[in-house]
Design a protein around this ligand. Sequence first.
Ligand code: ZN
Ligand code: ZN
Length: 587
Amino acid sequence: MKTMTRAAAIAAAAVLAGACGTRPDPVTPDQNTAFEAHAVALVDRFLDRNPEWSIYAGRYDNAHRMTVPDAARRADDLAFAEAELAALDRFDPNALDAGNRTDYELIRNRIEASRWYQTEFRSHEWNPAQYNVAGPIGLLLNTDFAPLEQRLEAVSTRLSRVPDYYAAARDNIGTPTLEHTRLAVQQSQGALALLGEGTARRAAESQLADDDKAEFAERLEAARAAVSEWIDWLRATEARLVADGNARPFRIGEALYEQKFAYDIQSGYSARELYERALVEKERLHTQMDAITVALWPKYFPSIDMPSDRLERIGALIDHLSARHVARDGYFDEINRQIPLLAAFVAEHDLLDQDPTKPLIVRETPLYMRGSGAGASVSAPGPFNPGADTFYNVTPLDRFSDEQAESYLREYNHWILQILNIHEAIPGHYTQLVHANRSPSIVKALFGNGAMVEGWAVYAERMMLEEGWGDQEPEMWLMYGKWNLRVVVNAILDYAVHVHGAGEQEILALLRREAFQERTEATEKWRRATLSQVQLTSYFAGYAEIYDFREALKREMGVDFVLRDFHNEFLSYGRAPVRVIRELMQE
Ligand code: ZN
Ligand code: ZN
């Protein structure tokens, strides 16, 4: 699909917004029809000016164009945001139907967030790791959406801008953090590998014309030189910051944290309220897990004295029970066996609607998708490819040594593996997706709320156990407690680190002692907290909000509350923020 030029888009938006600063007359006669057309055009404008984002979304018509992140581009982005916000002001969200209203909130939030990121958060000045040309180029080289030669041509045009790209990056960076500077070095080395011999050979052996091949080789060489120069510059910057001791602290502090939380999570809670909610939840889980441990202790340890410290005894029982797990060569078959059982349970207990015409296909993770280490994930068709199948990717454990496999299987033991399948598949991510696809919205597909999606999957775990999956077995609830603590503690530690200034030892102790995590997992989590902000809270934020909403509704409705109806209606709004769904369901 061909779209307007950027200038034309801004001009059109400006015209729509009216010439002066006063609020124009409301749209007539049908706000919904007008808004739908507006939203479709806006998404198009957005994709058109963000080719990298387009590539990730599976639209390739502008894939050859690389965004150079310089000051002119930022000014242009800001003008775009102002014009689009003014255009949105013409619509009254309360006059829109539920689907449009949620789309409206998502669009408005996305644009306001982009303005805030540039003018207040300003990570373009202190996070060198946000500059990397590799992602989109890797996708163009490895996704079969067009013949190789056509994709190489897009890559070639992109490569020609790489030197400008890194020149802009160097201009932007003022005083970076050490943590992001080191990450940028690491990631840029990955970019160098992508732009290496393998890619040179593919172009040389392709059906490109000879002068196109020569041009590609030249541009690739110049791009490699630009990345190498960037790495040298980063290393020199790191050395200078270490010597001077004046690197920017990675902690963002309370004011930026609250605002980032508001834009990224779109929660009904403030970050601080969520943090306090998570502390209460941690205590609730520990109390429940300890009651189970005390009751089960004589069964598993008849001749060992129970430790007086509650966390110590809970940890000992979890450790003991983790030995119950499938054999490494039975991992795939066991997951495959459980999926229909979960679907049958949901049907029998009338928990929500399912659609047997959209089956979930369990498969071994394709090779090009492996490597991140994740054992299981759902891949859904993208918004521009809606007819495609939905897969449950399971990575076989054959890449592991015996010791690694054992450690992995203890983690995903008899109980946790079931909870994982609930989360990823039924009635978690896959089921949510089937419901969302019934009222497809390009806005929700592209700008959808991540906290709602993850929150639903985490909510589904507890809901299934409450409804009797696992027969209320105490061992299942104990393992669930450990699993859920990960989500709860992620929310606690992110806030504690960025707002309260918690340090590494404090966080490692929290993860190891209070959430029963292994050392490597805990260390990796600390590193993640130094490199990201807010993202670690998203699972708990969505979950807590859904659960609290359901409980409030139950109290309000009494015997009229029907769990199936609650779930079906909740999911019918698609990937909207829980706060907005709650408002709509209570109207
Ligand atoms: Zn074992
Ligand atoms: Zn998930």
